[in-house]
Design a protein around this ligand. Structure first.
Ligand code: UDX
Length: 449
């Protein structure tokens, strides 16, 4: 099938390259000329494991190309995926201008029957608005919704091995079109659930809000755990092994970030208010998240009280490992709060330094590597759980630091090893360990999901 994907951002690129790998002929469209040129050379503008290789391979096989010419893409494809951004609007809802502008272009240029697949995350009801706009077109345009659940860092894997696919269609023809596109994945046994467009739209928001809620739930409990001397890691194992609860998205830390959770929780909250429903639970999810980031920074500041010209090494900037994405990263408010508290910051991230520089500028000192970042500091504040931080040699770190404090914002370090190196270990919702102290028997480990 000839497919065009409008928008070569995260979702668009991954979807385009993966659809090509399923045997379709895909044309990626973006307004950014430089981006299209580098993509045409097979270079991915984002860091995502496996994506560059996939783009190169599909390009070489003639199934994937890129253009800025949206008219050509419309003419040459029967199915059009919209994967443009839907950023937060000042009102708190989603800004749908880019999406509607593509729809209006299609209505103007359409030269035959088309299927329009909304891949961007959109507030429930958007499909109705799109369908109202396309109703006036010269040829029929079937509007369907196919939300994407891919996670950054495992995006290609998530697209090609989905837990399930959601097909939102309000007509049998729309459903049939989606089936045809994803037939190779259906043949491999991946489940599909067909439902109305509105339900598909809401499913996407519900999934992200539910996951964000789990993170905020455990983060809120981590504060109580700290206050009463309990260990949130034990509690996580204790509840995560209950099959009704499950282990995923229960890892306490410095809060969630990224391009989806903060935006989607805010949009859901906004939409609920719009229709007159008080979002009691949903509003709390983001509130807890904001507080979590600040409390972490304030704990670091409290430990450094009285230190002359305090210096802190910020380990990690990306909102999670295996990505260079800085969007809504907890590292940003943490860095700003520490800097406002008079701390000189040295920062290091294996991938996100370039993106972070655009946000933090010269408010921090940019390091070459972990050692460079850590030399002479009074405290380490780990914000992103990159493997390179987890496997550090703690005797070496202790030797090059000036002070003795390690703040593990992701509960990912071997606490006993940190303390054995003569350092204070401070985690999130766990009892602190003094230098030389060991942790009493652990309850075992379950995957954090
Ligand atoms: C998320 C959804 O998982 C994905 O389905 C959707 O399509 C887009 O949003 P992503 O933003 O890539 O994906 O990140 P994810 O791996 O879900 O993590 C989100 C945030 O939650 C990260 O900041 C992460 O560090 C944090 N998190 C996650 C926790 O703090 N604790 C956890 O237990 C899990």
């Amino acid at each position: 099938m000839n497919i065009s994907v409008i928008g070569c951002g995260y979702v668009g690129l991954v979807s385009g390259a993966c659809l090509a790998s399923l045997g379709h002929h895909v044309m990626g469209v973006d307004v950014d000329q430089a981006r299209v040129e580098s993509l045409a050379r097979g270079e991915s503008p984002i860091y995502e494991p496996g994506l560059s290789e996939l783009i190169l391979a599909q390009h070489a096989q003639g199934r994937l190309c890129f253009t800025t010419d949206i008219g050509r893409a419309f003419r040459e494809s029967e199915t059009i995926f919209i994967a443009v951004g839907t950023p937060p609007a000042p009102s708190g809802g989603a800004d749908l201008r880019m999406l509607f502008s593509v729809v209006d272009d299609l209505v103007r240029m359409v030269d035959g029957p088309k299927t329009l697949v909304i891949k961007s995350t959109v507030p429930p009801g958007t499909g109705e608005q799109v369908a109202a706009r396309t109703a006036a077109a010269r040829y029929p345009i079937e509007v369907v919704n196919n939300p994407e659940f891919l996670r950054e860092g495992t995006a290609v894997q998530d697209f090609l091995h989905p837990d399930r696919m959601i097909f939102g269609a309000n007509s049998p023809r729309g459903l049939e079109a989606l089936r045809e596109i994803f037939q190779p994945l259906i043949d491999r046994g991946y489940a599909i659930f067909s439902m109305s467009r509105q339900s598909a739209e809401l499913t996407k928001f519900a999934a992200n809000a539910m996951l964000a809620m789990r993170v905020s739930f455990i983060n809120e409990l981590s504060l109580l755990a700290s206050a009463i001397g309990a260990d949130i890691e034990s509690v996580r194992v204790g509840i995560g092994t209950d099959r009704r609860i499950g282990p995923s998205f229960l890892k306490a830390g410095v809060g969630y970030g990224g391009s989806c959770f903060p935006k989607d929780v805010a949009a859901l909250e906004y939409q609920m208010r719009q229709v007159g429903i008080e979002p009691c639970l949903v509003a709390g999810v983001e509130k807890v998240n904001q507080r979590q980031k600040l409390i972490f920074a304030q704990r670091v500041l409290a430990a450094l009280q009285g230190v002359q010209h305090p210096q802190v090494a910020l380990w990690g900037l990306a909102f999670k490992p295996d990505t260079d994405d800085m969007r809504e990263s907890p590292s940003i408010p943490i860095a700003r709060t520490l800097a406002a508290g008079g701390v000189a910051l040295r920062v290091y991230d294996p991938q996100a330094m370039d993106n972070a520089r655009k946000i933090l500028g010269d408010a921090v000192q940019w390091s070459r590597d972990v050692e460079d970042c850590t030399r002479g500091v009074d405290a380490i504040a780990l914000v992103t759980d990159w493997p390179i931080f987890i496997t550090q040699n703690w005797a070496r770190m202790a030797a090059i630091m000036r002070g003795k404090h390690v703040f593990d914002g992701r509960n990912c370090l071997a606490s006993g090893k940190v303390a054995a190196a003569g350092l204070y270990y401070h985690a999130v919702g766990r009892p602190e360990l003094a230098p030389g102290a060991g942790r009493p028997g652990s309850m075992g480990v379950i995957p954090s999901g």
